[in-house]
Design a protein around this ligand. Structure first.
Ligand code: MLT
Length: 229
């Protein structure tokens, strides 16, 4: 069975969870792991991130789209380039994405998805016979279009595999099919695009919609996201 879910999550213990926060947490995590970060430790709260201060880790904190004062960087994918993250462990807290990861903790396996690793992740999921729950982080417990459209892209990719999509999968796929020929244009109208544009970081929005520029699949191992072997 294949299901995109908004919180609260369901049947999580019996599923592989793919956490999705396209603008920008899961895109940045995929990019950082692809670019050689040893690990990314997702935490829910800014204070938890600050507690790693003397650990030698890079500390990244974002709230409401902005870098939290006093931290090395926030959640822009452009901060997760090899020159900055190679060989490093990053502790990351974001408004919604890292929270969704923590809420998914009872899953069989937690993977991180974004347009960057769409095909690599779809190939991995197609090779398993597990239930898959596509967890859309949304914005402050609300539905958002960009995460749902990515879930729809994944459903579309997995169609030839032996998954049975439920109604939310079909709805997500229909939205994806509506938007896919002009993802950037379609997603311009989303609330988080507007938020990020007001902050002058539309380049991040556009970058996060690049498809298949990475192959690494981040997986949660204990408290760390590392590259799936
Ligand atoms: C989040 O986790 O809420 C987001 O990735 C927000 C952002 O940094 O754009």
């Amino acid at each position: 069975c294949l299901t995109p879910a908004l919180l609260p999550l369901y049947d999580i213990e019996n599923s592989i969870v793919v956490v999705i926060d396209i603008f920008r947490a899961t895109s940045s995590i995929c990019y950082g792991i692809e670019n050689g970060a040893d690990a990314i430790i997702p935490v829910s709260h800014v204070e938890e991130c600050a507690a790693y201060q003397v650990s030698g880790c890079l500390l990244a904190a974002e709230r409401d789209g902005k870098v939290v004062e006093g931290f090395d960087f926030g959640n822009s994918p452009f901060s997760y380039v090899a020159e900055k993250v190679q060989g490093k462990t990053i502790v990351l807290t974001t408004t919604n994405g890292t929270h969704a990861i923590q809420l998914s903790r009872s899953a069989k396996q937690i993977l991180i998805g974004s347009f960057f690793n769409l095909t690599a992740l779809a190939d991995y999921l197609a090779s398993t016979s597990q239930n898959v729950l596509l967890v859309c982080a949304g914005w402050k417990n609300k539905f958002n279009l960009e995460d749902t459209i990515f879930a729809g892209a994944m459903v579309n990719k997995l169609r030839p595999a032996a998954y049975t999509p439920d109604d939310s999968s079909i709805a997500a796929e229909d939205l994806y099919l509506l938007a896919k020929d002009d993802l950037r244009g379609y997603l311009k109208k989303t609330s988080h695009s507007e938020r990020l544009m007001k902050l002058g970081i539309e380049a991040d929005i556009s970058f996060c919609l690049n498809t298949d520029i990475t192959t690494a699949i981040p997986v949660l191992d204990g408290d760390k996201l590392i590259k799936l072997k």
